[in-house]
Write a protein that binds this ligand. Structure first.
Ligand SMILES: Nc1ccn([C@@H]2O[C@H](COP(=O)(O)OP(=O)(O)OP(=O)(O)O)[C@@H](O)[C@H]2O)c(=O)n1
Ligand SMILES: C[C@](O)(CO)[C@H](O)COP(=O)(O)O
Length: 234
């Protein structure tokens, strides 16, 4: 394992934002006068460990290259699923010369409120791991599982003492992530984060407890909450 692995940051911004329901992809929604994508890159720029970023965009995207980012950026085209966008970004990074033991940091464009402290905590943790680490937060609410059917009724409560909600950044060894995503492609597994690819291979990924303010803009009501959080960062 290299003594000083290089860190390759990537932001995934090739989604449609269908649950947000705007006319434009949610990464271009304005909060406090800037797009979500500009906010998320500015958040990465606050980390002393990050000096540039690869942005993964959809092939129809004509907006990203008109924006003003806080970091030097490069672009590559994403895929239909989020993991395929990550895989495309990984291929770009490997073709640019990354070594298998180097690290890739993957962050959602939809998470603009990640703190520099949390970014550095998950990077530090990944440096100590064979495979990687992710930001997450212990589940704080009582979780219910519903019966099938409408209206929804409770079937049972899920014991939550070992439950976490996963965030980004997620940071992995590049060679191991490439193998894990190839495994996902071969098995056709449906995954919503890269840690799941390692789990499907029985490989350990470290959980790093982070701020619950690192929310993802998913539904319309998330916009006011994120604007309030970002206002406190000014
Ligand atoms: N094919 C995809 C799907 C998602 N993403 C990115 O992954 C992040 C988290 O995904 P999500 O919140 O699900 O975004 P969308 O897929 O755009 O939202 P939705 O599922 O509501 O359509 C977002 O920054 C999104 O742009 C991506 O790069 N490529
Ligand atoms: C990667 C992620 O943000 C961790 O919570 C989440 O899995 C993205 O899921 P989505 O369904 O693509 O929003």
């Amino acid at each position: 394992m290299s003594s000083t692995p290089t860190l390759y940051p990537m932001i995934v911004a090739a989604g449609r934002g269908s649950r947000f329901g705007a006319q434009i992809p949610k990464q271009y929604t304005q909060l406090l006068g800037k797009t979500l994508l500009e906010h998320s890159i500015a958040a990465l720029a606050q980390s002393a460990a990050i000096h540039e970023c690869l942005i993964v965009i959809s092939k129809e995207d004509t907006t990203a290259q008109t924006l003003d980012f806080a970091l030097p950026v490069r672009y590559t085209t994403g895929g239909a699923e989020r993991w395929q966008s990550v895989q495309a970004g990984l291929t770009h990074i490997i073709e640019a010369g990354a070594a298998p033991d180097d690290l890739v940091l993957i962050h959602d464009a939809a998470r603009p409120a990640v703190s520099p402290q949390d970014i550095e905590a998950v990077i530090d943790a990944a440096h100590k791991e064979r495979y990687g680490a992710i930001l997450a937060a212990p589940v704080a609410d009582t979780l219910k599982q519903s019966l099938t059917g409408t209206p929804a009724y409770i079937e049972r409560t899920i014991e939550r003492s070992q439950l976490w909600q996963a965030y980004t950044p997620q940071v992995f060894r590049i060679g191991a992530l490439q193998t894990a995503l190839d495994y996902v492609a071969k098995t056709g597994a449906h995954i919503t984060d890269e840690a799941s690819a390692f789990e499907s291979m029985g490989l350990p990924i470290r959980l790093v407890s982070g701020s619950r303010q690192n929310i993802k803009l998913t539904y319309p009501e998330d916009a006011d909450l994120l604007s309030a959080i970002l206002t406190t960062r000014r």
